[in-house]
Design a protein around this ligand. Sequence first.
Ligand code: NAD
Length: 505
Amino acid sequence: MITNIQKQDFDLFMEGKIAPSLSGQYFDCVNPSNGEVFARLADADAVDVEIAVNAARLAFDHGRWPQMATVERGKFLLRIAGLIRENAKELADLECRSTGKTIKHATFIDVPACADTFEHFGNFATPFNNETMEIPSPHLPAGQAGLCLISREPVGVVAAIIPWNYPLIMAAWKIAVALLAGNTVVLKPSPTACAAVMALAKIIAQVGLPKGVLNIISSSRAQAGRDLVSHPQVDMISFTGSTETGKEVMAQAAKSIKKLTLELGGKSPNIVFADCNMEAAVGGALASIFMNQGQMCTAGSRLLVEDKIYKTFVEQLVKRAQTLNIGPADSFETEFGPLVNTAHRDAVLRLIEQGKKEGAKLACGGKIPAHTNPKGAYIEPTILINVRNHMTIAQEEIFGPVLCVMPFTSVDEAVHLANETKYGLAAMVWTQDLVKANGVAKRLRCGTVWINTYGAFDNAVPFGGYKQSGFGRELGQEGLHEYTQIKTVTTDQTPGGKPLVTSWF
Ligand code: NAD
Protein backbone atom coordinates (compact mmCIF):
# COMPACT_ATOMS: atom_id res chain seq x y z
CA MET A 1 0.00 0.00 0.00
CA ILE A 2 1.12 3.53 -0.66
CA THR A 3 0.76 5.63 2.43
CA ASN A 4 1.66 9.17 3.39
CA ILE A 5 1.68 10.58 -0.13
CA GLN A 6 2.41 14.05 1.26
CA LYS A 7 6.05 14.93 0.45
CA GLN A 8 6.96 11.32 -0.06
CA ASP A 9 10.35 10.14 -1.29
CA PHE A 10 10.35 7.69 -4.18
CA ASP A 11 13.36 5.46 -4.69
CA LEU A 12 14.66 3.38 -7.57
CA PHE A 13 13.63 -0.21 -8.33
CA MET A 14 16.74 -2.16 -9.22
CA GLU A 15 18.02 -5.70 -8.59
CA GLY A 16 14.60 -6.65 -7.21
CA LYS A 17 14.51 -4.05 -4.48
CA ILE A 18 13.51 -0.46 -3.83
CA ALA A 19 16.55 1.60 -2.88
CA PRO A 20 17.90 5.17 -3.09
CA SER A 21 20.30 6.09 -5.88
CA LEU A 22 23.93 5.34 -5.08
CA SER A 23 24.67 9.06 -4.75
CA GLY A 24 21.71 9.49 -2.39
CA GLN A 25 20.55 12.49 -4.47
CA TYR A 26 16.88 13.37 -5.04
CA PHE A 27 15.07 15.85 -7.28
CA ASP A 28 11.79 17.63 -6.65
CA CYS A 29 8.41 16.77 -8.07
CA VAL A 30 6.33 19.92 -8.44
CA ASN A 31 2.54 20.07 -8.57
CA PRO A 32 1.66 22.27 -11.59
CA SER A 33 -1.68 23.19 -10.02
CA ASN A 34 0.02 25.27 -7.31
CA GLY A 35 3.80 25.16 -7.83
CA GLU A 36 4.35 23.21 -4.58
CA VAL A 37 6.87 20.42 -4.17
CA PHE A 38 4.95 17.34 -3.06
CA ALA A 39 7.48 14.54 -3.54
CA ARG A 40 11.17 13.85 -4.08
CA LEU A 41 12.45 11.35 -6.61
CA ALA A 42 15.70 9.43 -6.44
CA ASP A 43 18.12 10.86 -9.00
CA ALA A 44 19.81 8.03 -10.89
CA ASP A 45 23.19 8.78 -12.45
CA ALA A 46 25.51 6.77 -14.70
CA VAL A 47 26.38 4.35 -11.89
CA ASP A 48 22.73 3.53 -11.23
CA VAL A 49 22.10 3.05 -14.96
CA GLU A 50 24.99 0.59 -14.95
CA ILE A 51 23.54 -1.31 -11.99
CA ALA A 52 20.07 -1.46 -13.58
CA VAL A 53 21.34 -2.63 -16.97
CA ASN A 54 23.63 -5.24 -15.44
CA ALA A 55 20.77 -6.55 -13.31
CA ALA A 56 18.57 -6.88 -16.41
CA ARG A 57 21.41 -8.51 -18.37
CA LEU A 58 22.07 -11.09 -15.63
CA ALA A 59 18.36 -11.84 -15.31
CA PHE A 60 18.10 -12.40 -19.05
CA ASP A 61 21.32 -14.37 -19.60
CA HIS A 62 21.28 -16.50 -16.47
CA GLY A 63 17.77 -16.19 -15.02
CA ARG A 64 14.68 -18.29 -15.64
CA TRP A 65 12.50 -15.47 -17.00
CA PRO A 66 13.11 -15.92 -20.75
CA GLN A 67 12.61 -19.70 -20.47
CA MET A 68 9.53 -19.50 -18.27
CA ALA A 69 6.22 -20.53 -19.84
CA THR A 70 4.36 -17.48 -21.10
CA VAL A 71 1.40 -18.36 -18.92
CA GLU A 72 3.66 -18.20 -15.86
CA ARG A 73 5.00 -14.80 -16.87
CA GLY A 74 1.41 -13.73 -17.42
CA LYS A 75 0.55 -14.56 -13.81
CA PHE A 76 2.98 -11.89 -12.59
CA LEU A 77 1.28 -9.35 -14.87
CA LEU A 78 -2.12 -10.32 -13.49
CA ARG A 79 -0.86 -9.84 -9.93
CA ILE A 80 0.46 -6.39 -10.90
CA ALA A 81 -2.94 -5.51 -12.41
CA GLY A 82 -4.65 -6.54 -9.17
CA LEU A 83 -2.33 -4.41 -7.03
CA ILE A 84 -2.78 -1.40 -9.33
CA ARG A 85 -6.54 -1.64 -8.80
CA GLU A 86 -6.07 -1.97 -5.01
CA ASN A 87 -3.92 1.17 -5.02
CA ALA A 88 -5.97 3.00 -7.65
CA LYS A 89 -6.85 6.02 -5.56
CA GLU A 90 -3.26 6.73 -4.50
CA LEU A 91 -1.94 6.22 -8.03
CA ALA A 92 -4.57 8.54 -9.50
CA ASP A 93 -3.77 11.16 -6.91
CA LEU A 94 -0.05 11.02 -7.71
CA GLU A 95 -0.62 11.03 -11.48
CA CYS A 96 -2.86 14.08 -11.06
CA ARG A 97 -0.41 15.95 -8.83
CA SER A 98 2.64 15.24 -10.91
CA THR A 99 1.25 15.83 -14.43
CA GLY A 100 -1.54 18.34 -13.75
CA LYS A 101 -4.08 16.08 -15.46
CA THR A 102 -7.47 16.29 -13.81
CA ILE A 103 -8.22 13.85 -11.04
CA LYS A 104 -11.25 12.77 -13.09
CA HIS A 105 -8.97 11.92 -16.01
CA ALA A 106 -6.41 10.11 -13.82
CA THR A 107 -9.13 8.19 -11.96
CA PHE A 108 -11.28 7.12 -14.90
CA ILE A 109 -8.72 6.86 -17.70
CA ASP A 110 -5.06 6.56 -16.65
CA VAL A 111 -5.19 4.17 -13.72
CA PRO A 112 -7.82 1.74 -15.09
CA ALA A 113 -6.10 1.73 -18.50
CA CYS A 114 -2.77 0.97 -16.83
CA ALA A 115 -4.28 -1.99 -14.94
CA ASP A 116 -6.17 -3.16 -18.04
CA THR A 117 -2.98 -3.36 -20.08
CA PHE A 118 -1.28 -5.59 -17.48
CA GLU A 119 -4.45 -7.70 -17.32
CA HIS A 120 -4.86 -7.98 -21.09
CA PHE A 121 -1.31 -9.16 -21.66
CA GLY A 122 -1.35 -11.25 -18.47
CA ASN A 123 -4.19 -13.25 -20.01
CA PHE A 124 -2.36 -13.67 -23.32
CA ALA A 125 -1.19 -17.20 -22.45
CA THR A 126 -0.31 -18.41 -25.95
CA PRO A 127 0.72 -15.25 -27.71
CA PHE A 128 2.94 -16.62 -30.45
CA ASN A 129 1.79 -18.88 -33.25
CA ASN A 130 5.10 -20.48 -34.03
CA GLU A 131 5.07 -22.12 -37.44
CA THR A 132 6.57 -25.25 -38.87
CA MET A 133 7.26 -25.54 -42.55
CA GLU A 134 8.45 -28.33 -44.81
CA ILE A 135 11.18 -27.03 -47.09
CA PRO A 136 11.93 -29.15 -50.12
CA SER A 137 15.54 -28.76 -51.12
CA PRO A 138 17.50 -29.62 -54.26
CA HIS A 139 20.08 -31.07 -51.85
CA LEU A 140 17.62 -33.66 -50.63
CA PRO A 141 16.50 -36.75 -52.52
CA ALA A 142 13.18 -36.36 -54.32
CA GLY A 143 10.16 -36.51 -52.06
CA GLN A 144 12.09 -35.54 -48.93
CA ALA A 145 11.95 -32.25 -47.12
CA GLY A 146 13.69 -30.44 -44.31
CA LEU A 147 11.53 -29.41 -41.38
CA CYS A 148 11.80 -25.81 -40.34
CA LEU A 149 10.54 -24.36 -37.06
CA ILE A 150 9.97 -20.61 -37.20
CA SER A 151 9.74 -19.26 -33.67
CA ARG A 152 9.76 -15.97 -31.84
CA GLU A 153 12.23 -15.33 -29.06
CA PRO A 154 12.63 -12.36 -26.73
CA VAL A 155 15.11 -9.72 -27.86
CA GLY A 156 16.98 -9.52 -24.55
CA VAL A 157 17.46 -6.43 -22.40
CA VAL A 158 14.98 -3.72 -23.36
CA ALA A 159 15.55 -0.09 -22.37
CA ALA A 160 12.13 1.57 -22.31
CA ILE A 161 12.01 5.36 -22.27
CA ILE A 162 8.73 7.19 -21.79
CA PRO A 163 7.38 10.77 -21.81
CA TRP A 164 5.47 12.71 -19.14
CA ASN A 165 1.98 13.06 -20.59
CA TYR A 166 0.58 9.58 -19.81
CA PRO A 167 3.25 8.14 -17.51
CA LEU A 168 1.29 5.22 -16.04
CA ILE A 169 -0.26 4.15 -19.34
CA MET A 170 3.03 4.45 -21.25
CA ALA A 171 4.82 2.46 -18.52
CA ALA A 172 2.20 -0.31 -18.76
CA TRP A 173 2.32 -0.39 -22.58
CA LYS A 174 6.04 -1.07 -22.42
CA ILE A 175 6.52 -3.15 -19.26
CA ALA A 176 3.58 -5.55 -19.72
CA VAL A 177 4.32 -6.33 -23.36
CA ALA A 178 8.12 -6.55 -23.13
CA LEU A 179 7.96 -8.77 -20.04
CA LEU A 180 5.31 -11.08 -21.45
CA ALA A 181 7.52 -11.69 -24.48
CA GLY A 182 10.30 -12.84 -22.11
CA ASN A 183 12.57 -9.79 -22.13
CA THR A 184 14.05 -8.08 -19.13
CA VAL A 185 13.51 -4.34 -18.84
CA VAL A 186 14.99 -1.09 -17.61
CA LEU A 187 12.30 1.60 -17.69
CA LYS A 188 13.18 5.28 -17.48
CA PRO A 189 10.24 7.66 -17.08
CA SER A 190 10.47 11.39 -17.77
CA PRO A 191 11.76 13.53 -14.89
CA THR A 192 9.06 16.06 -15.76
CA ALA A 193 6.34 13.91 -14.16
CA CYS A 194 7.04 10.46 -12.84
CA ALA A 195 5.89 10.21 -9.21
CA ALA A 196 3.07 7.79 -10.09
CA VAL A 197 5.42 5.57 -12.12
CA MET A 198 7.83 5.38 -9.20
CA ALA A 199 4.86 4.49 -6.96
CA LEU A 200 4.00 1.80 -9.51
CA ALA A 201 7.57 0.53 -9.10
CA LYS A 202 6.92 0.13 -5.36
CA ILE A 203 3.77 -1.82 -6.15
CA ILE A 204 5.50 -4.06 -8.67
CA ALA A 205 8.31 -4.72 -6.18
CA GLN A 206 5.73 -6.63 -4.12
CA VAL A 207 4.88 -9.27 -6.73
CA GLY A 208 8.17 -11.16 -6.49
CA LEU A 209 9.42 -10.92 -10.05
CA PRO A 210 12.79 -12.69 -10.31
CA LYS A 211 15.60 -10.27 -9.38
CA GLY A 212 16.58 -7.89 -12.17
CA VAL A 213 13.74 -8.78 -14.56
CA LEU A 214 12.32 -5.27 -14.23
CA ASN A 215 14.17 -2.14 -13.14
CA ILE A 216 12.64 1.34 -12.98
CA ILE A 217 14.87 4.35 -12.57
CA SER A 218 14.03 8.03 -12.25
CA SER A 219 16.64 10.59 -13.17
CA SER A 220 16.62 14.37 -13.52
CA ARG A 221 19.05 14.20 -16.43
CA ALA A 222 18.45 13.38 -20.11
CA GLN A 223 21.92 11.82 -19.93
CA ALA A 224 20.38 8.81 -18.17
CA GLY A 225 18.37 8.19 -21.36
CA ARG A 226 21.50 8.59 -23.49
CA ASP A 227 23.42 6.19 -21.23
CA LEU A 228 20.69 3.59 -21.74
CA VAL A 229 20.53 4.04 -25.50
CA SER A 230 24.30 3.72 -25.91
CA HIS A 231 24.80 0.93 -23.37
CA PRO A 232 26.47 -2.12 -24.98
CA GLN A 233 24.47 -4.53 -22.82
CA VAL A 234 21.11 -3.17 -24.01
CA ASP A 235 19.60 -5.04 -26.98
CA MET A 236 16.54 -2.96 -27.78
CA ILE A 237 15.28 0.58 -27.27
CA SER A 238 11.56 1.15 -26.99
CA PHE A 239 11.23 4.92 -27.07
CA THR A 240 8.20 7.16 -26.75
CA GLY A 241 8.72 10.90 -26.83
CA SER A 242 9.21 13.84 -29.14
CA THR A 243 10.34 13.52 -32.75
CA GLU A 244 13.43 15.63 -32.01
CA THR A 245 14.61 13.31 -29.23
CA GLY A 246 13.60 10.32 -31.35
CA LYS A 247 16.05 11.41 -34.05
CA GLU A 248 18.86 11.56 -31.48
CA VAL A 249 17.89 8.15 -30.08
CA MET A 250 17.84 6.64 -33.57
CA ALA A 251 21.29 8.05 -34.41
CA GLN A 252 22.70 6.76 -31.12
CA ALA A 253 21.06 3.34 -31.45
CA ALA A 254 22.49 3.00 -34.97
CA LYS A 255 26.03 2.95 -33.56
CA SER A 256 25.46 -0.47 -32.03
CA ILE A 257 22.58 -1.60 -34.34
CA LYS A 258 20.05 -1.90 -31.54
CA LYS A 259 16.51 -2.95 -32.28
CA LEU A 260 14.39 0.18 -32.03
CA THR A 261 10.78 1.30 -31.88
CA LEU A 262 9.93 4.99 -31.98
CA GLU A 263 6.55 6.38 -30.91
CA LEU A 264 6.90 10.08 -31.60
CA GLY A 265 4.99 13.32 -32.00
CA GLY A 266 1.94 14.19 -34.04
CA LYS A 267 -0.04 17.01 -35.64
CA SER A 268 -3.21 15.07 -36.25
CA PRO A 269 -5.92 16.33 -38.59
CA ASN A 270 -9.54 16.21 -37.51
CA ILE A 271 -11.66 16.31 -40.69
CA VAL A 272 -15.26 17.42 -40.27
CA PHE A 273 -17.62 17.07 -43.24
CA ALA A 274 -20.84 19.08 -43.53
CA ASP A 275 -22.91 15.89 -43.28
CA CYS A 276 -21.56 14.98 -39.85
CA ASN A 277 -23.56 14.61 -36.67
CA MET A 278 -22.74 18.13 -35.56
CA GLU A 279 -23.07 17.60 -31.81
CA ALA A 280 -20.87 14.52 -31.86
CA ALA A 281 -18.26 16.20 -34.06
CA VAL A 282 -18.10 19.32 -31.86
CA GLY A 283 -17.73 17.10 -28.77
CA GLY A 284 -15.06 15.02 -30.51
CA ALA A 285 -13.14 18.09 -31.67
CA LEU A 286 -13.16 19.53 -28.13
CA ALA A 287 -12.08 16.24 -26.55
CA SER A 288 -9.31 15.72 -29.08
CA ILE A 289 -7.62 19.01 -28.27
CA PHE A 290 -8.65 19.89 -24.71
CA MET A 291 -8.54 16.52 -22.90
CA ASN A 292 -5.37 16.31 -20.85
CA GLN A 293 -5.00 20.02 -21.75
CA GLY A 294 -4.06 19.01 -25.29
CA GLN A 295 -0.92 17.21 -24.12
CA MET A 296 -1.64 14.15 -26.21
CA CYS A 297 0.42 12.72 -29.05
CA THR A 298 -2.85 12.08 -30.91
CA ALA A 299 -4.30 15.56 -30.22
CA GLY A 300 -6.55 16.65 -33.06
CA SER A 301 -4.66 19.91 -33.26
CA ARG A 302 -5.52 20.70 -36.90
CA LEU A 303 -9.27 20.98 -37.34
CA LEU A 304 -10.36 20.91 -40.99
CA VAL A 305 -14.01 21.91 -41.39
CA GLU A 306 -16.01 21.82 -44.63
CA ASP A 307 -16.72 25.42 -45.58
CA LYS A 308 -20.54 24.94 -45.63
CA ILE A 309 -20.60 24.50 -41.84
CA TYR A 310 -17.37 26.26 -40.92
CA LYS A 311 -18.92 29.35 -39.32
CA THR A 312 -21.53 27.51 -37.24
CA PHE A 313 -19.05 24.83 -36.21
CA VAL A 314 -16.47 27.33 -34.97
CA GLU A 315 -19.15 29.28 -33.10
CA GLN A 316 -20.28 26.16 -31.24
CA LEU A 317 -16.74 25.11 -30.51
CA VAL A 318 -15.78 28.51 -29.09
CA LYS A 319 -18.95 28.66 -26.99
CA ARG A 320 -18.20 25.31 -25.39
CA ALA A 321 -14.44 25.92 -24.99
CA GLN A 322 -15.20 29.12 -23.08
CA THR A 323 -17.40 27.31 -20.58
CA LEU A 324 -14.86 24.63 -19.60
CA ASN A 325 -14.27 24.71 -15.87
CA ILE A 326 -10.58 25.62 -15.43
CA GLY A 327 -8.97 24.99 -12.06
CA PRO A 328 -6.74 22.88 -9.86
CA ALA A 329 -6.38 19.36 -11.16
CA ASP A 330 -7.25 17.68 -7.86
CA SER A 331 -10.88 18.86 -7.85
CA PHE A 332 -13.46 16.54 -9.40
CA GLU A 333 -15.26 19.69 -10.60
CA THR A 334 -12.31 20.70 -12.77
CA GLU A 335 -12.62 19.91 -16.48
CA PHE A 336 -9.42 21.61 -17.56
CA GLY A 337 -6.31 21.66 -15.33
CA PRO A 338 -2.88 23.22 -15.72
CA LEU A 339 -0.19 22.22 -18.20
CA VAL A 340 2.65 20.07 -16.89
CA ASN A 341 4.80 23.03 -15.78
CA THR A 342 5.20 26.76 -16.30
CA ALA A 343 8.13 26.35 -18.72
CA HIS A 344 5.94 24.27 -21.04
CA ARG A 345 3.02 26.71 -20.59
CA ASP A 346 5.30 29.59 -21.61
CA ALA A 347 6.49 27.66 -24.68
CA VAL A 348 2.85 27.15 -25.69
CA LEU A 349 2.10 30.86 -25.18
CA ARG A 350 5.09 31.76 -27.40
CA LEU A 351 3.76 29.51 -30.19
CA ILE A 352 0.34 31.18 -29.95
CA GLU A 353 2.05 34.59 -30.34
CA GLN A 354 4.01 33.24 -33.31
CA GLY A 355 0.75 32.08 -34.88
CA LYS A 356 -0.78 35.54 -34.45
CA LYS A 357 2.29 37.12 -36.04
CA GLU A 358 1.94 34.78 -39.02
CA GLY A 359 -1.68 35.89 -39.54
CA ALA A 360 -3.85 33.58 -37.40
CA LYS A 361 -6.62 35.12 -35.32
CA LEU A 362 -7.63 34.23 -31.78
CA ALA A 363 -11.23 33.00 -31.61
CA CYS A 364 -10.83 32.35 -27.87
CA GLY A 365 -8.21 31.79 -25.18
CA GLY A 366 -4.54 32.58 -25.70
CA LYS A 367 -3.67 33.76 -22.21
CA ILE A 368 -3.29 32.76 -18.57
CA PRO A 369 -6.76 32.56 -16.99
CA ALA A 370 -7.32 35.40 -14.53
CA HIS A 371 -8.69 33.51 -11.55
CA THR A 372 -6.11 30.69 -11.36
CA ASN A 373 -3.23 30.21 -8.91
CA PRO A 374 -0.36 32.40 -10.24
CA LYS A 375 2.13 29.70 -9.24
CA GLY A 376 0.28 27.14 -11.37
CA ALA A 377 0.84 26.40 -15.07
CA TYR A 378 -2.59 27.40 -16.35
CA ILE A 379 -3.55 28.55 -19.82
CA GLU A 380 -6.92 29.06 -21.45
CA PRO A 381 -8.26 26.59 -24.01
CA THR A 382 -7.27 28.32 -27.22
CA ILE A 383 -8.80 28.31 -30.70
CA LEU A 384 -7.06 29.98 -33.63
CA ILE A 385 -8.82 30.71 -36.92
CA ASN A 386 -7.50 32.14 -40.22
CA VAL A 387 -4.84 29.45 -40.00
CA ARG A 388 -2.99 28.35 -43.14
CA ASN A 389 -1.39 24.95 -43.27
CA HIS A 390 2.11 26.32 -43.90
CA MET A 391 2.12 28.33 -40.65
CA THR A 392 4.37 27.24 -37.78
CA ILE A 393 1.33 26.59 -35.55
CA ALA A 394 -0.13 24.25 -38.18
CA GLN A 395 3.11 22.34 -38.71
CA GLU A 396 4.85 22.18 -35.32
CA GLU A 397 3.52 20.02 -32.50
CA ILE A 398 2.41 22.53 -29.84
CA PHE A 399 1.55 19.80 -27.32
CA GLY A 400 -0.95 22.02 -25.57
CA PRO A 401 -4.58 23.15 -25.77
CA VAL A 402 -4.28 25.08 -29.02
CA LEU A 403 -6.63 24.28 -31.87
CA CYS A 404 -5.82 25.48 -35.40
CA VAL A 405 -8.95 25.63 -37.55
CA MET A 406 -8.95 25.62 -41.35
CA PRO A 407 -11.79 25.38 -43.88
CA PHE A 408 -11.86 23.06 -46.91
CA THR A 409 -14.17 22.77 -49.88
CA SER A 410 -13.69 19.23 -51.26
CA VAL A 411 -12.67 15.72 -50.21
CA ASP A 412 -9.45 16.07 -52.21
CA GLU A 413 -8.55 19.32 -50.49
CA ALA A 414 -9.26 17.83 -47.05
CA VAL A 415 -7.04 14.82 -47.75
CA HIS A 416 -4.30 17.06 -49.17
CA LEU A 417 -4.32 19.35 -46.12
CA ALA A 418 -4.49 16.40 -43.73
CA ASN A 419 -1.44 14.74 -45.27
CA GLU A 420 0.57 17.96 -45.66
CA THR A 421 2.64 17.45 -42.49
CA LYS A 422 5.82 15.66 -41.52
CA TYR A 423 3.84 13.70 -38.93
CA GLY A 424 1.55 10.70 -39.42
CA LEU A 425 0.25 9.51 -36.09
CA ALA A 426 -3.56 9.75 -36.14
CA ALA A 427 -6.55 11.37 -37.85
CA MET A 428 -10.26 11.72 -37.25
CA VAL A 429 -13.05 11.83 -39.83
CA TRP A 430 -16.58 12.98 -39.05
CA THR A 431 -19.36 12.23 -41.56
CA GLN A 432 -22.51 10.12 -41.68
CA ASP A 433 -21.44 8.80 -45.07
CA LEU A 434 -19.34 5.80 -44.07
CA VAL A 435 -18.32 5.01 -47.65
CA LYS A 436 -16.83 8.49 -47.90
CA ALA A 437 -15.26 8.16 -44.45
CA ASN A 438 -13.54 4.88 -45.27
CA GLY A 439 -12.40 6.20 -48.64
CA VAL A 440 -10.77 9.16 -46.89
CA ALA A 441 -9.27 6.88 -44.20
CA LYS A 442 -7.51 4.85 -46.89
CA ARG A 443 -5.91 7.99 -48.34
CA LEU A 444 -4.64 9.36 -45.01
CA ARG A 445 -0.96 8.72 -44.36
CA CYS A 446 -1.07 7.91 -40.68
CA GLY A 447 -1.16 4.87 -38.42
CA THR A 448 -4.57 5.38 -36.81
CA VAL A 449 -7.85 6.76 -38.16
CA TRP A 450 -10.90 7.23 -35.96
CA ILE A 451 -14.21 7.63 -37.79
CA ASN A 452 -16.92 9.45 -35.83
CA THR A 453 -14.99 8.92 -32.62
CA TYR A 454 -11.79 9.96 -30.89
CA GLY A 455 -9.21 8.15 -28.76
CA ALA A 456 -10.67 4.66 -29.18
CA PHE A 457 -7.64 2.75 -27.91
CA ASP A 458 -7.72 -0.95 -27.19
CA ASN A 459 -5.03 -3.26 -25.89
CA ALA A 460 -5.71 -5.63 -28.79
CA VAL A 461 -5.34 -2.91 -31.44
CA PRO A 462 -1.86 -1.90 -32.61
CA PHE A 463 -0.96 1.77 -32.34
CA GLY A 464 1.89 3.73 -33.92
CA GLY A 465 2.93 6.23 -36.52
CA TYR A 466 3.82 6.82 -40.14
CA LYS A 467 6.46 9.30 -41.32
CA GLN A 468 8.14 11.31 -38.53
CA SER A 469 5.66 10.02 -35.97
CA GLY A 470 7.90 6.99 -35.80
CA PHE A 471 7.85 3.30 -36.53
CA GLY A 472 6.99 0.12 -34.72
CA ARG A 473 3.72 -0.55 -32.97
CA GLU A 474 2.53 -0.65 -29.38
CA LEU A 475 -0.16 -3.07 -28.20
CA GLY A 476 -1.92 -5.83 -30.10
CA GLN A 477 -0.18 -8.84 -31.61
CA GLU A 478 2.09 -6.52 -33.60
CA GLY A 479 3.12 -4.68 -30.44
CA LEU A 480 4.07 -7.97 -28.86
CA HIS A 481 6.01 -8.99 -31.95
CA GLU A 482 8.13 -5.83 -31.66
CA TYR A 483 9.66 -7.29 -28.51
CA THR A 484 10.66 -10.51 -30.25
CA GLN A 485 13.07 -11.69 -32.90
CA ILE A 486 12.55 -14.58 -35.26
CA LYS A 487 14.64 -17.71 -35.19
CA THR A 488 14.43 -20.54 -37.72
CA VAL A 489 15.62 -24.05 -36.86
CA THR A 490 15.81 -26.42 -39.83
CA THR A 491 16.21 -30.16 -39.38
CA ASP A 492 17.34 -32.37 -42.22
CA GLN A 493 15.07 -35.39 -42.13
CA THR A 494 17.06 -37.70 -44.34
CA PRO A 495 16.38 -41.25 -43.18
CA GLY A 496 19.50 -42.90 -41.77
CA GLY A 497 21.03 -39.54 -40.92
CA LYS A 498 23.10 -39.17 -44.09
CA PRO A 499 22.06 -35.85 -45.49
CA LEU A 500 23.41 -34.99 -48.93
CA VAL A 501 25.11 -31.79 -47.74
CA THR A 502 27.57 -33.72 -45.51
CA SER A 503 28.91 -35.65 -48.49
CA TRP A 504 29.28 -32.61 -50.74
CA PHE A 505 33.07 -32.65 -50.55
P1 NAD B 1 10.99 14.05 -24.84
O1 NAD B 1 11.39 13.56 -26.16
O2 NAD B 1 11.51 15.35 -24.36
O3 NAD B 1 11.38 12.98 -23.70
C1 NAD B 1 10.93 11.66 -23.75
C2 NAD B 1 11.83 10.80 -22.86
O4 NAD B 1 13.13 10.75 -23.42
C3 NAD B 1 12.01 11.31 -21.44
O5 NAD B 1 12.06 10.21 -20.56
C4 NAD B 1 13.34 12.01 -21.50
O6 NAD B 1 13.99 12.09 -20.25
C5 NAD B 1 14.10 11.10 -22.44
N1 NAD B 1 15.21 11.70 -23.17
C6 NAD B 1 15.44 13.02 -23.42
N2 NAD B 1 16.54 13.15 -24.19
C7 NAD B 1 17.00 11.90 -24.43
C8 NAD B 1 18.08 11.38 -25.20
N3 NAD B 1 18.91 12.18 -25.84
N4 NAD B 1 18.25 10.05 -25.26
C9 NAD B 1 17.39 9.21 -24.63
N5 NAD B 1 16.35 9.65 -23.88
C10 NAD B 1 16.15 10.98 -23.79
O7 NAD B 1 9.39 14.05 -24.84
P2 NAD B 1 8.40 14.57 -23.71
O8 NAD B 1 8.42 16.06 -23.70
O9 NAD B 1 8.65 13.84 -22.45
O10 NAD B 1 6.99 14.03 -24.26
C11 NAD B 1 6.24 14.70 -25.21
C12 NAD B 1 6.42 14.08 -26.57
O11 NAD B 1 6.10 12.69 -26.53
C13 NAD B 1 5.47 14.67 -27.60
O12 NAD B 1 6.17 14.91 -28.79
C14 NAD B 1 4.42 13.59 -27.80
O13 NAD B 1 3.77 13.64 -29.05
C15 NAD B 1 5.24 12.36 -27.63
N6 NAD B 1 4.39 11.21 -27.31
C16 NAD B 1 4.22 10.24 -28.28
C17 NAD B 1 3.38 9.15 -28.04
C18 NAD B 1 3.17 8.10 -29.08
O14 NAD B 1 2.72 7.01 -28.74
N7 NAD B 1 3.49 8.35 -30.35
C19 NAD B 1 2.75 9.04 -26.81
C20 NAD B 1 2.94 10.03 -25.84
C21 NAD B 1 3.78 11.12 -26.12
